[in-house]
Every structure is written in C-alpha cells, then in structure tokens.
Design a protein around this ligand. Sequence first.
Ligand code: ZN
Length: 160
Amino acid sequence: MALGYTPVDDDLYREIILDHYRNPRHHQAVDPADRVIEANNPLCGDEIDLSYRLDNGTVAAIGFMGRGCSISQASASMLCEAVTGMSVEGATSLAERFRAMLTGDGATPPDGDDIGDLEALRGVRAYPVRVKCATLVWNALLEGLAATPASPAPATRIEK
Ligand code: ZN
C-alpha cells in the first residue's frame, strides 16, 4: 500500500486528513516534557513520539515527532490540536471515545457528542488494517495519562 494512501471515501473528510498530514499541527517535541511515549505500528511502519507537559491537571503543551502514513500522522496532528488545554480527565475521555468510534461495536456516539474534525477519521473503520494507524497515537496518550495522577495535589508553597 502506497505511503500516503488515504482510505477514506468522503472527499471532505479526505481533505481534512490530508491537510493535517501535509501541514501537521504541533509537530515538535515538547521540552521540557512530563512524559514522552514512543509508539510504533510495525504493520504499517508508523512511528510516533508523543510528548506533553501538564500544568495543574491540564494539558499545557503537547506535540509529536515521527513519520508514517497519512492516517497515523493526521491522527497525531488532530489529537494534539484537540487536547491542548484540556483537563487530563477530558483528554482521557476524548481518547476513549475516539477509540470506541473506530474499534467499538458500531454504536454511534450519543447526540451532542461532538468530536469535531476527528469525525473525519471515522471512515477508517471500514479498513481494519488501518485502524491501528489511527488509534496508535491515542493509545500512546492513554498510556501516558494513565500513569498521571488525575488530580494532582496543588503545589504547596511555604513562605518563610
Ligand atoms: Zn499507518
């Protein structure tokens, strides 16, 4: 399968994916980072290093490096754009809903569950070998956030 092949039938959605692939958002390592998660999808050759920094329970900065197919890179770009500024709980919830959209039993999200441009990746459902490409970075995020206290105690500062 050619690198960059985008297996989505809908033209609008394909455009959104290709736009993120060609002009990735947050395509840089966060430094300093609280966590760096390396994710690899050997089936397709996708490699992503996801890094982020939390501030007071929210995702203050997040970015990714790596290379791979259009789906994996666009998904990483969309992830970073979507979760910047979100709480750890919100980002975890979004990642779980995104993963359910692609790997669930086909149930559509309830009305009002707007996941924005991420909807563009729903079409990947029809291509099981590509689902791993789309979920790779989201699994990395969940892995990272699962190791993060959901509500860190506020930093205490003792003045003397
Ligand atoms: Zn891929």
